[in-house]
Design a protein around this ligand. Structure first.
Ligand SMILES: Nc1nc2c(ncn2[C@@H]2O[C@H](COP(=O)(O)OP(=O)(O)OP(=O)(O)O)[C@@H](O)[C@H]2O)c(=O)[nH]1
Length: 347
C-alpha cells in the first residue's frame, strides 16, 4: 500500500559520476563574451526554473560583472502548477525574486507570449543607445540547454513579428559560437546576441550534477542513463510516487521500475529481455517534457540562495580533483569522437 512505502531519505554517493562538463567551446564562448560586454546595455542571464540554484553559473557573475543584468528563469511551464510553483505551501516566485535583489527577475515559458512581452518591455527600458542605426546591444547567456535560443526566437517573434533566427534542440551544445545579432525591437532598435551555453569547470556537489543532467544541461552521454533514471525515481518518490502508478507500485528499485516500464511499453530485446537503457532514456524524455510531474528540484526557501552560494564557495575543488576531472573529460570526449567516427553512417 502507498501509505506504507518509505522513500529513500538520501541518494547514495556515487564515485562513477563525472563532475565536469566544461568543453572547449564553453571557454572560448565565455572569453568572447568578456570582450564584448563593454558594448552591451543588458545581459539576460537564463536559469532553469526547475533548478533555480543549481543552474546558476558563478562564472557569469565573475566574468560579466559591471553590466546591468536581468535574470530570467526559463521553462516555467515545466516546474509549476497554475499559480506558479509552491514549495512547502509558499509561492516560490516571490522568494526567487528576493534572492537576487537588486537584479531584476522575470519568468518565461517560450510558448507564452505574456511572459515574453514582459521581457521585451524590460529590454526597451534598459536600452541606453537609442540611435536607430547603431541600436542597443544585449547578450543572452546561461548554462547549456536552458532555453536561450528558444527565448531569443520568442523575443524576436513578439518584438518584431519575425520567425525563428536561432537553432534550438533537446540536447545541450546546439549553439557553439556567439551568433549574429538578431533584432528584437524596432523602437528603440535592440539587437540580441545568442551565446553558447557555458557549464561550470567542476561541480563540487554530486546532487547538483545529477539535477543539471536530469533537466538536460549535460549531454546524456556523460552520466549513465540508469543512474540518472535512479536519481529521477528518488525525486519522484519524495514528490509523489503515484506519478508512475500506471507502471508500478511505489518502489525504490530503479531496475524494478524500468523493467515494468519496458514491459508496458514494449521495449524488449530478443527473448523478451527488457531494454533498460532505452527505457531509462524514454523515462527521462517524459520527465523533461513535463509528463512526470512538475516540481522544483532545488530548495526554495528564504535563505536557500545565500546558503547555496556559501556551500559552493567552500567546496572549492583541490588541484588534484580538477586535474582528475579534466583527464576524465578529455578521455570521454576522445572516446565519443572515436565512437562516432567508427559507427556506421546513416544515409
Ligand atoms: N517546455 C519548455 N521547453 C523549452 C522552453 N524553452 C526551451 N525549451 C526547450 O529546451 C530545449 C533547449 O532549448 P534551446 O533554446 O536550444 O537551449 P539553449 O540554451 O539555446 O541551448 P545551447 O545551444 O545548448 O546553449 C529545446 O528542446 C527547447 O524546445 C520552455 O520555456 N518550455
Amino acid at each position: 500500500m502507498a501509505s506504507e512505502f518509505v522513500p529513500r531519505a538520501a541518494f547514495p554517493v556515487l564515485n562513477n559520476v563525472s563532475r565536469s562538463y566544461f568543453l572547449g567551446h564553453h571557454k572560448a564562448g565565455l572569453d568572447k563574451m568578456k570582450q564584448m560586454i563593454q558594448n552591451v546595455d543588458l545581459i539576460i542571464e537564463c536559469r532553469d526554473y526547475r533548478v533555480p540554484l543549481s543552474s546558476t553559473n558563478p562564472m557569469f557573475e565573475q566574468s560579466l560583472a559591471g553590466r546591468e543584468r536581468l535574470v530570467v528563469f526559463t521553462k516555467r511551464d515545466l516546474g509549476k502548477g497554475n499559480d506558479g510553483a509552491r514549495v512547502g505551501g509558499l509561492l516560490a516566485e516571490p522568494i526567487m525574486k528576493k534572492w537576487l535583489e537588486p537584479s531584476h527577475v522575470l519568468f518565461s515559458d517560450h510558448k507564452s507570449p505574456g511572459t515574453t512581452k514582459k521581457i521585451i518591455e524590460y529590454t526597451r527600458k534598459s536600452a541606453r543607445i537609442t540611435d536607430s542605426l547603431v541600436g542597443s546591444r544585449m547578450l543572452i547567456v546561461g548554462m547549456p540547454n536552458v532555453g536561450k535560443s528558444s527565448l531569443l526566437n520568442a523575443l524576436r517573434r513578439e518584438g518584431v513579428g519575425k520567425g525563428k533566427a536561432a537553432i534550438t534542440g533537446g540536447q545541450p551544445g546546439i549553439t557553439r559560437k556567439i551568433g549574429t545579432t538578431v533584432k528584437i525591437s524596432e523602437d528603440p532598435v535592440i539587437y540580441l546576441l545568442d551565446t553558447p551555453g557555458v557549464f561550470i569547470p567542476y561541480v563540487p556537489n554530486l546532487e547538483t550534477m545529477l539535477k543539471l543532467a536530469l533537466v538536460g544541461c549535460v549531454k546524456d552521454t556523460v552520466i549513465p542513463l540508469t543512474t540518472l533514471a535512479d536519481y529521477l525515481l528518488y525525486r519522484l518518490n519524495l514528490h509523489d510516487p503515484r506519478i508512475y502508478a500506471k507502471y508500478s507500485p511505489p518502489t525504490n528499485d530503479i531496475l524494478e521500475l524500468l523493467t515494468a516500464m519496458a514491459k508496458a511499453t514494449g521495449r524488449l530485446a530478443k527473448g523478451g529481455v527488457p531494454e533498460l537503457e532505452g527505457t531509462a532514456m524514454w523515462l527521462l524524455g517524459r520527465y523533461r517534457a513535463g509528463e512526470m510531474g512538475k516540481f522544483i528540484l532545488d530548495d526554495v526557501s528564504k535563505d536557500a540562495y545565500e546558503n547555496w552560494k556559501k556551500a559552493e564557495s567552500e567546496a572549492e575543488p583541490s588541484a588534484s580533483a580538477l586535474r582528475r576531472e579534466a583527464k576524465r573529460e578529455r578521455l570521454r570526449v576522445s572516446k565519443a569522437k572515436y565512437e562516432s567516427k567508427n559507427s556506421p553512417s546513416v544515409e
